[in-house]
Design a protein around this ligand. Sequence first.
Ligand code: 5CA
Length: 441
Amino acid sequence: MRLSRYFLPTLKDTPREAEVVSHRLMLRAGMIQQASAGIYSWLPLGFRVMKKIEQIVREEQDAAGWNEMLMPTIQPADLWRESGRYDDYGKEMLRITDRHDRDMLYGPTNEELITDIVRTHVRSYRNLPGRLYHIQWKFRDEVRPRFGVMRGREFLMKDAYSIDLDFDTARAAYNRQFVAYLKTFDRMGLKAIPMAADSGPIGGDMSHEFIILADTGESEVFCDRDFLDFDVGGSVPDYEDTGAVEGVVDYFTKLYARTDEKHDEATFEAEVPDIRRYRGRGIEVGHIFYFGTKYSEPLGARVTGPDGKEAVVHMGSYGIGVSRLVAGIIEASHDDAGIIWPESVAPFKIGLVNLKVGDADCDRVTEDLYAKFLQAGIEVLMDDSAERPGAKLAGMDLIGLPWQVVVGPRGVANGVVEVKNRKSGEREEMAAEAALAKLAA
Ligand code: 5CA
């Protein structure tokens, strides 16, 4: 992509309304624009990152055995009257009346809709387990939308649902999602700690939040410091091996890690030695729930079991805050100069900078590299603008692409370009061909 043809409205000044670093950087890097409180447009750069995150989430849901689908954003109120949540949800629910005076709502989550699909189509235990998910916009009229897309009113969520005949298979589904979450966040370069959590308006008695530690996080958390340097790396087993999957969950749940609603000071002090007690704040990027028959019972989602008797299905739901993750990753990975994208979610892998546009040699070397990067299938953003060199380099640092390749007149005269790693700050001069070989690898 040529910067001259890319809509990237970066800001020089720090926007005053933004309280946390991720919000400031997202505005400065031209990623989002507020439409109204807690509601944002995703500009091209922000949109690309969100799509990368969405794709990682999708691949890991597919790998764990879930089927992708899409449910609507607007739902009929009657379904929510059946579950009893139409009144319970209170002011957070955006209620809408259509032209026929029917009560509708903009979905804050989808337990009712999925249960309706299940009760319509699943009649026998032979059609179980059900493993469904979608990635769809949600609306919650939050009392305090803040920190940009971190706590928005409209936000993108991956919500998955499991439908099972009994507790044991439902538990196995929960475990698979638990492991899929470890893998998903690890791929994004995040350390997301699974913490025992309250289930709130979703309900149920088994629930974990996945939390990335950050001083600006909204959740108060307590955990064993051993979690701070855990490595998911090799711990993801074959999903078909139920025992091994359970083993991973046991491993990660045996150490103390709880959000404030579940925190118990006496247990914390008894289980965790003083020097390993971590008290801090964190950002909830995912939340999983087992709620059994909370929705299937009132909505009548029943199947015939192997014994010929009717049974109410057991369900769970599994959320990931896709749009929130864009901000969460920035909170976890930035410096004074700007964002530092992990390669897996970076909007482009390389920022190619022509320091002297109009100089025949610089233009030739840059254009040639650009064409070759594209040919190699590498995502590259080429700064072909007439800006000052200093502003170009600062702009590249701000938007945080993992690699910068800088072409300037002095280097070109010596047959080299400069390759900079955004994260380590390391710079290396090498021939253009060598830069191509290094970055295409
Ligand atoms: N139905 C369940 C799971 S599918 C559910 O709604 N869970 S949730 O309420 O915990 O939301 C799932 C995830 O969405 C959260 O972990 C969080 O990452 C994200 N999320 C929730 N509220 C917001 C918000 N206001 N803005 C941005 N992301 C949010």
